[in-house]
Design a protein around this ligand. Structure first.
Ligand code: NAD
Length: 297
């Protein structure tokens, strides 16, 4: 039978964009993609994707274009800047999977609306492993018509949650989630360093936390898979933790909430970044916490 699935566009084929676009390809969607990194383009082509020369070429070829971009500046430029998706002749819906915050998302959604292009705000949680396995949590906000159009495609990625009608609500949900997970990771690192210095066995500590009330995503996933084996390879740099927790605090403070605990966690992550850890994997916070701990008598 003829393949009637539409061609999808994809911009940003990195740690998340690579496995996500691969899932679309595996589900039978033709995908045309672009990334500034030649190695990202090579991996995409090897998975069966069609390479484009620019974001604009993608937007001239596909009516639905996904983005998974590293920063707010790149997000603004790629979608609404000169020669960006906004100038494309084919694109009707942009589905943004990045974490860039509500302010930039609403601004870009407004610019797109002026050209009759809809933005579906759809940040994801679950990391590269979740993207590969199709177990991401996808937080979706946008108009009913646009969301209904892309929902069957987003369902390929994992569990979908419609969190609002307005682009920006997905971002807020995602920032709240990341503030919880990064705060839990920082405090788990503190507990881990204290426990191991006192002579507790690392594996036993995780087993007890996970059977007890201290269980969180760091104890159940990040420590067993990326800290205890000494690989520190979850796939998310400390600089990006700072980006997300900074956005979370700013957006939450706008609602009048003091954000005392979140603010404290933000300072810990910023200190880690400014002391040489910015490009290190977020699970390296445990090594930085060890360095911060004073020598004992
Ligand atoms: P990444 O840096 O690995 O991927 C981003 C890609 O965008 C890179 O391949 C880069 O070359 C490309 N890029 C940069 N500028 C570009 C441009 N002008 N045009 C086209 N491509 C360009 O980042 P990532 O980890 O895949 O994260 C992407 C987004 O997803 C971020 O907003 C991040 O916060 C979010 N996110 C990441 C994770 C994770 O675990 N890594 C989980 C959930 C959400």
């Amino acid at each position: 039978m003829e393949n009637r699935k539409p061609v999808l566009g994809f911009i940003g084929l990195g740690v998340m964009g690579n496995p996500i676009s691969s899932r679309f390809l595996a589900a039978g969607y033709p995908v045309i993609g672009y990334d500034v990194s030649p190695s990202a383009m090579d991996s995409f082509s090897a998975a069966g994707g069609q390479g484009a020369e620019s974001a604009l070429e993608v937007a001239n070829s596909a009516s639905i274009v996904f983005t998974s971009l590293p920063s707010i500046a790149v997000f603004r430029q790629v979608i609404a800047g000169a020669g960006g998706l906004i100038d494309g002749s084919a694109v009707k819906v942009v589905v943004d999977l990045s974490t860039v915050g509500g302010t930039a998302t609403m601004e870009v959604a407004g610019a797109l609306q002026g050209r009759n292009i809809e933005l579906v705000d759809a940040p994801v949680s679950g990391g590269a492993a979740g993207a590969r396995a199709g177990t991401l949590a996808v937080m979706i906000a946008g108009s009913t018509e646009a969301v209904e159009r892309v929902m069957p495609i987003l369902q390929i990625l994992g569990k979908t949650f419609r969190v609002g009608d307005q682009a920006g609500h997905g971002q807020l949900m995602k920032l709240l989630n990341n503030m919880l997970s990064s705060t839990a990771l920082a405090v788990t690192a503190e507990a881990y360093v204290a426990g191991t210095r006192a002579g507790l066995d690392p594996q036993t500590m995780m087993d007890v936390f996970n059977a007890g009330s201290g269980r969180n995503n760091a104890t159940s996933d990040k420590f067993p898979k990326h800290v205890l084996p000494g690989t520190f390879d979850f796939g998310f740099p400390i600089s990006s933790v700072c980006k997300d927790i900074g956005l979370a605090i700013e957006e939450c403070q706008a609602f009048g909430v003091p954000m005392w605990l979140g603010g404290q966690a933000r300072q810990i992550w910023q200190a880690a970044a400014t002391q040489g850890g910015a490009t290190d994997d977020l699970t390296s916070i445990v090594n930085i916490m060890e360095r911060w701990s004073s020598d004992r008598e």
